[in-house]
Write a protein that binds this ligand. Structure first.
Ligand code: GRG
Length: 294
């Protein structure tokens, strides 16, 4: 598949998701207008939508229809967006820019930003439980449970807690970093990629393994970009992690070793996904991820 074809396909998955999300948020929520504005401000701020795109792409490979996946894609993107809003707060990473725009609390204030994050998290579980109620597929409950675990105390939230706790800990430990990446970043990406396999009860081990490798690679690339990229390109503040001495792949291994690790994981991801038919887009996705760094 040519890079152009990859981009067309990526945009196509993204548009399917965007249309579904816009329709959902056009609902009458009967709530405070400022809260709804804050929720929509971050949800539609121009995220790459890699989690929904990957979910729809794996769904196509496994023959799971979009209408079965979109509620889960929307729920995961709600969870992802809430985590970014909360991560940007002064009590956490204290960032002014995200997705090329002022962060939620910079526009709406800390209290509304906290509530917008809370609202998105609750919406995610409302969307998934509604799908469990209305679908004939018993595996929807398993899918929701998997998302809950990946996002929760032994998942993304646990990883974020470890990240914050190790921030001022000068003994940079490989084990802490592994725990942070696995939980804070990889689990939600692996969840998005694994939902079609759970719903279809097919190829879970392959797809899940692929998700974790891609998730880990995603974080190493993000750490490299934090040093090498710019606010204009990434749409978020850069360099803070490195300057503040935060535990990242770059601070622990150095830049050259990080690039070697990315190359190693790129090969591993490609080897895993070879086991599936019609894997062209997913193979290209691995290249896309790697090419974000030079
Ligand atoms: C507050 C519970 C809680 C968790 C926060 C998401 C997160 C955990 C922290 C943000 C910082 C960070 C480096 C997270 C790792 C995952 C990551 C690189 C998120 C950014 O995801 P993208 O690049 O973002 O998919 P867009 O904006 O494109 O959606």
């Amino acid at each position: 598949m040519e890079l152009n074809n990859f981009q067309v396909k990526f945009d196509n998955y993204r548009e399917i998701f965007e249309k579904y999300a816009i329709e959902f948020f056009n609902n009458n929520f009967n709530t405070e207008q400022k809260l709804l504005d804050a929720v929509k401000y971050s949800f539609f701020a121009g995220g790459k939508r890699i989690r929904p795109v990957l979910m729809l792409a794996v769904g196509e490979v496994l023959g799971v229809e979009n209408y079965c996946l979109l509620p889960f894609a929307l729920a995961i993107e709600c969870i992802h967006t809430y985590s970014l809003i909360h991560d940007d707060l002064p009590a956490m990473d204290n960032d002014d820019y995200r997705r090329g725009k002022l962060t939620n609390h910079k526009v709406f204030g800390d209290a509304i930003a906290i509530l917008a994050g809370d609202a998105l998290l609750n919406l995610a579980f409302s969307i998934m439980s509604n799908e469990c109620l209305n679908s004939d597929n018993k595996n929807t409950v398993k899918a929701m449970l998997y998302v809950s675990d990946c996002a929760g105390i032994s998942g993304m939230i646990g990883g974020q807690a470890c990240d914050i706790i190790s921030e001022n800990n000068k003994t940079k430990s490989e084990n802490s970093l592994k725990y942070i990446v696995l939980n804070k970043t990889a689990k939600l990406i692996a969840a998005a990629i694994s939902i079609p396999a759970i719903l279809a009860d097919n190829k879970f081990d392959i797809v899940n393994h692929f998700g974790f490798i891609l998730g880990e690679q995603f974080q190493i690339v993000d750490d490299v970009l934090d040093v090498e990229s710019s606010l204009a390109v990434l749409g978020k503040s850069v360099g803070k992690d490195y300057v503040s001495g935060k535990l990242t792949h770059v601070s622990l291994y150095g830049m050259e070793r990080c690039k070697e690790l990315v190359a190693k994981q790129h090969n591993e991801a490609i080897n895993i996904i070879q086991a599936l038919n019609n894997n062209e887009f997913l193979l290209q996705f691995c290249d896309y991820l790697r090419m974000r760094i030079k």
